[in-house]
Ligand binder design. Structure first.
Ligand code: ATR
Length: 284
């Protein structure tokens, strides 16, 4: 029951009405028996500062931040957790007695999702496709977990810059390679894990994939961060090659779980969150 004492959590973005986070987080809050409600607020770019001031004024306990505010939100935090500082984007805010603390749980989400399926990440070679915001968060977390990282992106200069940034800040093992079929075939032969952090394959372009079955091997683990559709063309091709697959809800659920734990201090009920998110996708 929502009462006068119910705590409010939020997601701000634009557009935000198709976000899966309200279903996922409310299912988790209910499962944990916590007196919280999680609501979506569409916030235009020019209203971000006012919205965040409103958080403090209204005592909103925490929030997720999504497109287009992830980078701008950095400027309005009272404190930045290192997860947000290194990635240069905020996806989670905790209101700590009126002080807004910015976090980024995307990288941790990817790592937790991978760790469910893969042991000894530190000994693995990871090929990461993409060099945008999501790839940046994922890249840092992979290298910090001790794995070796190769980045490949359509715009090679962005991959080169990201590889330099990550290796500069972590002293980890990071390379960049060209995004061509020929190069990818060689790279995948020597990779344990392939992560697609591009938007290729996302609705409505569901026939697209950067990697086909003939380029993969059966010992490969293939993780797509695209979750609409849940089974992307890349994951279909990976199955054909006999590779193990992890769909985009893996990272989505675990980044949400990490945020929930930051806000409430409780251990997130992963299975409940996954189920609620799957149901929300089916109902769309
Ligand atoms: P996000 O925050 O979700 O990572 P983004 O920062 O816009 O989104 O990044 C999108 C990524 O998908 C980029 O790596 C982009 O490649 P470019 O840097 O060359 O633009 C990649 N991408 C999008 N469409 C692509 C396509 N058709 N082929 C290859 N890569 C594509």
């Amino acid at each position: 029951m929502i009462s006068g004492k119910t705590n409010v959590l939020a997601i701000i973005g634009n557009p935000v009405e198709h976000s899966l986070s309200p279903c996922m987080q409310n299912a988790a809050l209910k499962e944990l028996g916590l007196d919280y409600v999680y609501l979506a607020f569409p916030v235009r770019e020019e209203s971000l500062a006012e919205a965040l001031t409103g958080f403090t004024a209204l005592g909103i306990k925490g929030a997720n931040v999504t497109i287009p505010h992830k980078i701008n939100a950095l400027n309005y935090m009272d404190e930045l957790h290192e997860s947000a500082e290194k990635v240069g984007a905020v996806n989670t805010i905790k209101n700590d007695s009126g002080e807004l603390i910015g976090f980024n749980t995307d990288g941790e989400g990817m790592l937790r999702s991978l760790r469910n399926e893969v042991s000894e990440i530190e000994s693995k070679s990871v090929l990461l496709l993409g060099a945008g915001g999501a790839a940046r968060a994922i890249g840092f977390s992979i290298v910090e977990a001790g794995a070796s990282l190769t980045i490949s992106n359509r715009t090679a200069s962005k991959a080169k810059k990201l590889a330099e940034t990550i290796s500069g800040q972590t002293k980890g093992d990071v390379r960049q390679v060209e995004l061509s079929k020929k190069v990818l075939i060689d790279e995948i032969k020597n990779s344990d894990i392939l992560i697609n952090a591009t938007s290729v394959g996302m609705e409505p372009n569901t026939d697209e994939t950067l990697v086909s079955a003939d380029m993969m091997h059966s010992d490969l683990i293939v993780n797509d961060i695209v979750y609409k559709p849940l089974k992307t063309k890349l994951l279909e091709e990976a199955e054909k090659a006999g590779a193990k697959t992890i769909d985009g809800l893996g990272m989505l659920v675990h980044q949400g779980a990490t945020s929930l734990e930051i806000w409430t201090g409780e251990k997130a009920p992963i299975k409940v969150m996954r189920k609620a998110t799957e149901n929300a996708i089916k109902e769309e």
